[in-house]
Write a protein that binds this ligand. Structure first.
Ligand code: 5AD
Ligand code: SF4
Length: 351
């Protein structure tokens, strides 16, 4: 789509969804065939200094049993993932300053060794300084996920309890300047947002020229100030998945767990609407149940690797198949940053 504007997206918001979905699915298949990239998600710390109004892990929620996995624990999960052919690991936490930069670097370097440098390391640990992002990149981190959550600056500062959209966008800019492959995105159906917000959210993804876009429905959590919010229907999120596929044809777009939580077939529906990535949660079951950003999260009783067996028929049911490829975003490869970054890392390691 050539330079889409507000009016174009508005039109897509009103178009017949079954046609839009088919169009997005076709564009996705043109770029990624029938492949669905798998990412092993490891929720390594649920401590968080932030107090986002929408999130079950917010600092003020005293009912959360907090945990922090140590480096050897995480490595043993990675090892299992590697043996199960996974080639991307996503390390996610709250904003936990106790997981300092040195410990993160040690973890990244050890994961690279454990996986014979065949796996990508994706971090999702919130806002850090540009200097820290630089150090993490140098240690071998490949990708970073940091959703902007909502493009409405007033809503953002309110829902994120004082943290501005400007600061969030600064972090994305900092990550870009460090040559990370960057994922961002937003929640759909936050209280206070309108159709115009959703359109602007989609446009911001395009403007930020993202490599990966993760979106999911906002699901009210009973232990947060937003507990009485109205749940938005899954169709709204699916429509936005399709729109984003058309806006950024070569981006990686996950069928997120929150979609599967809201609708038992939510992830399959997303894979038919333009999504091409799945992120099975391989955090040990004993910890996963304490990582509740929102309630009702799926696969809580499983150890994650069982989850993969369970995903296989689901993916086949929509005419796609699991790919154990490292799964770079074509959008990122085209930018030419990828080779430069890889060479720089090899040089660092050889010195
Ligand atoms: N519902 C859905 N998604 C949520 N997140 C946080 N809280 C919720 C919720 N209640 C999402 C945010 C965050 C990501 C890790 O989880 O978008 O960036
Ligand atoms: Fe912390 Fe992220 Fe939850 Fe905000 S959304 S409270 S930063 S874990």
């Amino acid at each position: 789509m050539a330079e889409p504007g507000y009016k174009d997206i508005e039109q897509l918001m009103n178009d017949d969804f079954s046609l839009l979905r088919k169009q997005a699915d076709q564009v996705c298949r043109e770029h990624y065939g029938n492949k669905v990239f798998l990412r092993g998600l490891i929720e390594f710390s649920n401590y968080c200094d932030m107090d986002c109004l929408y999130c079950g892990l917010r600092r003020s929620n005293k009912h959360v049993q907090r945990y922090r996995l140590e480096v050897p624990d995480i490595l043993s999960i990675v090892k299992k993932g590697y043996n199960a052919h996974m080639r991307t690991f996503v390390l996610q936490s709250g904003e936990d300053p106790s997981y300092g930069i040195n410990k993160l670097c040690e973890l990244i370097k050890k994961i690279k060794i454990e996986t014979n440098d065949e796996a990508a390391v994706t971090l999702s640990c919130g806002i850090r300084t540009k200097e820290e992002y630089k150090i993490l990149k140098k240690a071998g981190a490949d990708r970073y996920l940091i959703r902007f959550e909502t493009s409405d600056s007033l809503l953002h500062v309110y829902l994120r309890n004082g943290i501005t959209l400007k600061r969030r966008l600064q972090a994305i800019d900092d990550l870009k300047s460090c040559d990370f492959e960057i994922g961002s995105g937003f929640m759909v159906g936050l209280p206070g947002e309108t159709k115009a917000t959703m359109i602007r959210n989609a446009l911001l993804c395009k403007e930020l020229d993202l490599d990966m876009i993760g979106i999911g429905p906002f699901i009210p959590h009973h232990l947060t100030p937003l507990k009485y919010s109205v749940q938005s229907p899954i169709e709204q999120t699916l429509r936005l998945v399709s729109i984003i596929r058309l806006l950024l044809p070569e981006a990686n777009i996950p069928a997120t767990t929150s979609m599967g939580t809201l609708d038992p077939y939510g992830r399959e529906k997303a894979l038919q609407a333009g999504a091409n990535v799945l992120m099975p949660n391989i955090t040990p079951a004993s910890y996963k149940k304490s990582y509740l950003l929102y309630p009702g999260k799926i696969c809580l009783e499983e150890n994650g690797f069982e989850c993969i067996n369970y995903l296989d028929p689901k993916i086949k049911s929509v005419g796609k198949e699991i790919s154990f490829d490292i799964g770079y975003s074509k959008h990122f490869i085209k930018k030419g940053v990828y080779n430069a970054a890889k060479n720089e890392r090899l040089e660092t390691r050889n010195n």
